[in-house]
Design a protein around this ligand. Sequence first.
Ligand SMILES: Nc1ncnc2c1ncn2[C@@H]1O[C@H](COP(=O)(O)OP(=O)(O)OP(=O)(O)O)[C@@H](O)[C@H]1O
Ligand SMILES: [Zn+2]
Length: 488
Amino acid sequence: MTTHALTLYNSLTRRLEPFAPIDPANVGLYSCGPTVYNYAHIGNLRAYVFTDTLSRTLTWKGFGLTHIVNITDVGHLTSDADAGDDKMEAAARASGQDIWAIARHYTEAFKRNLIDLHIRTPTRFPLATDHIAEMIAFAEAIAPEHCYLLEDGLYFDTSTVPDYGRLARSNDDAGESRIDPVAGKRHPQDFAIWRTSAPGEMRQMEWDSPWGRGAPGWHLECSVMSQKYLGPQFDIHTGGIDHREIHHPNEIAQNQARCGCADTGANLWMHNNFLVERSGKMSKSGGEFTTLQTLIDRGFHPLAYRLMCLQAQYRSELEFSWDNLAAATTRLKRLALTVQALRDRAAPGNSASDPAKPATDAVRALLAGYRDRLDIAVCDDLATPRALPVLDELLADKRLSPADRLAALADFDAVLGLDLAALRREDLRVRPASATLDAAAVDERLAERRAARAAKDFPRSDAIRDDLASAGVEVMDGDPLGWDWRIG
Ligand SMILES: Nc1ncnc2c1ncn2[C@@H]1O[C@H](COP(=O)(O)OP(=O)(O)OP(=O)(O)O)[C@@H](O)[C@H]1O
Ligand SMILES: [Zn+2]
């Protein structure tokens, strides 16, 4: 049992609030999913490391959970408001491929990314295109009182719901300036909930509707899927901070229209801040971007990226740099080595293993103390950067036996998802795509080097080391593993 009350930041009130679920046995959590017109970049993936930390924390604290991550395979325009092309259609046209094949390919790639990052599979990944009939029904229900028809589709009149934009605070933030003008809109913030295909427009994905053939608006998708799987009022809705300005206020407006009340759909709206580069926010639409595979190709383990994310609280901006990732890799290697040494010492039958001792009150108190400090950190709006030093302290605490430390590690793995109980130091040796040698060839050269050293032929030993270095292999004389691919 954990003892501290979970406190989370609610973007709606801009305050930290005690988490009070509707039903503790089944917390409803909806996370805006990826638009599958391309691979996710590592900024997108930060959003899912955040939701995974949230979902793990909820489970660890004893709540039951239904977690929905939708797949946006239609409707997301190149501008978050109402201008531009459908991102999916544009990608299909540019590549000359079938749009359904594109959606399938990038959906699968996204799911693989989640597995590589040790992100737990949510309860469901609903596809937007599987819910078109429900979207039309939703739009039909709200259209008479809340919508108007323009040439290019059915628009939502934001003046018909109370307090539109309170999530974005668009009156005091710069939110509205981001909305593109569309001729005929009654208010700049009004948005399309159904877009009709223009005469002569060749869309691969389109459906009949009472407003003409076309496709649903992106905002409508999330209102429909969240309500279908979690009910009209549920606990938590997440997304990146960009969604606080347009997408989520629009979802809220639709939810209000649907229920005819002031409710927003979710009680708590949570937003992760951006992963940024020196040049600004990482973005798919911006052209070049870094994927998880880019990191792996350069010899980084995905969990090093996860650790890099956990080193920042989800509401702070996090700067991506190769140096930061290398530092996280070194930290992860140290953790893996420490845990491995504890595992070796705790192994039964190992002559060096410490004899199992019955837990004393002092040991029990120490273990409870570590668990409590982890609990305090994550209960404070998922302050993972504060949980990590507690983990370091635990693993190094000589007052506890290796077996006790490993048992306590389970709590940290449950919440932080670093999989340290299973991760081996060898797993972190990721062969870069540019490597010219394979592992067997490296071992062969190292055997030669050992022979040279045994024969006190140090110039030769150094030459082999330099050779390996120029082939991207780092020889580490003090490390039990002996060598690593050079990363970066
Ligand atoms: N740089 C970033 N850092 C953190 N989260 C991000 C970043 N960019 C997008 N996100 C979040 O990633 C999730 C998936 O977004 P989605 O796949 O729709 O991205 P996108 O809008 O198509 O990409 P982009 O804005 O990069 O062109 C959303 O919750 C979004 O807010
Ligand atoms: Zn959404």
